[in-house]
Design a protein around this ligand. Sequence first.
Ligand SMILES: Cc1cc2nc3c(=O)[nH]c(=O)nc-3n(C[C@H](O)[C@H](O)[C@H](O)COP(=O)(O)OP(=O)(O)OC[C@H]3O[C@@H](n4cnc5c(N)ncnc54)[C@H](O)[C@@H]3O)c2cc1C
Length: 292
Amino acid sequence: MGIFSGLEDIVETDHPLAKRTWYGLGGPADYFIRPQTTEQLKDVVRRCDENGIRMYVMGFGSNLLIEDEGLRGAVIKFEAEPFAHIEFEGHEVTAGAGAELSKLVLTCVEKGLSGIEALTGIPGSVGGAVRMNAGGNFGDFGAAVETVTLMDKAGNIFEKSKPELVFDYRQTNITAKFILSARLKLSAADPEQVMRTVKEIWIYKKNSQPLNTKNSGCIFKNPRGVSAGALIDRAGLKGLRIGGAVVSDKHANFIIAENGCTSRDVMRLIEAIKQRVQEQFDVELELEIEIW
Ligand SMILES: Cc1cc2nc3c(=O)[nH]c(=O)nc-3n(C[C@H](O)[C@H](O)[C@H](O)COP(=O)(O)OP(=O)(O)OC[C@H]3O[C@@H](n4cnc5c(N)ncnc54)[C@H](O)[C@@H]3O)c2cc1C
C-alpha cells in the first residue's frame, strides 16, 4: 500500500462494492477510502492525483450500478462524523454530505421546519441528494439548498450559493468533485401538519414503488413532459426479464435485481428497454442511474 502508506486505517484495497449499493451488485474497487477529516481528504486527493488514480465519490449507493468487473480507482466515502454532522440555526440547517437524507428530513419535521418533506422516502446521503437534485412529484432538494461547500481536486474549499448555484431536473451546475456540505433555508411550520405530509408521501411511495426489492430507483430520466415509466409500460415491458434482472410490475421505470442477478443482466435489460422505447415512440431514454 505504498501510495497510501500511513493511511492504512482509512484505506481498504480490493473492497467489494456490492454491499455498498442498494442494488447489491458489482465487483470490487481497487481502493475504498473513508477519510476522517478534511485534511485527510486533501491528503488522499493529492496522492490519488499524483499517482493517476481515478477518484469516485460514493454516497449511499442508491443511484449506482457497479459493473461486475468492479472499478479501477479509488472510491471515497464521507462517513466520518465531521462529514455527517447536522447543525441547526434558526430556520437554517447545515448538513454534512455524509448525513443520511431520511434522518435529516425527520429531524427537520420534529423541529417544525418545513422545506424538505418532499424528499420523504428517497434513500441516500445529503451529498448524493445535492449532486442528483433528488426529488419527484412533490418537489426537489435544490429548492431548499441555499449554499453548498465544495472542494475541488486541488484541495481548494469554497462555497457556492444561489443565484450562482443552479438546480435543474436531476442535475446541478456544480462542477467541483466533492460536495462537503449543504446549507438549507427552511420555514417554520406546524410539526403535526408537516408529519401528515410526510406520511401521505410515504404511503404514495409505498403504493407506487417496489420498495422492498433490490433496485436503484428510477433507471431513466423522464423525457421532457413524459414519464419514462409510462412509456416503458405502454411498450408492454413490465415483467420483461433478462437473467436475474426484471422490469418491475409496480413501476416500469424500476429494474429489480432478483437472486443471481448480475450487473450485466441489468445493463442488457436497460439496452433492451431503450431499444423498444426508441422503436415504438421515437424517444431516446437517458439514464438517471450512474454506471461505474
Ligand atoms: C428505492 C429507491 C427510490 C428512489 N427514489 C428516488 C426519487 O423519488 N427521486 C430521486 O431523485 N431519486 C430517487 N432514488 C435515487 C437516489 O436515492 C437518489 O439519486 C439519491 O439522491 C442518491 O444519493 P446517494 O447518496 O445514494 O448517492 P450515490 O448513489 O452514492 O451517488 C449518486 C451520485 O452522487 C455523487 N455523490 C454522492 N455524494 C457526493 C458528494 N459528497 N460529493 C460529490 N458527489 C457525490 C456520486 O458520485 C454519484 O455521481 C431512489 C433510489 C432508490 C433505491
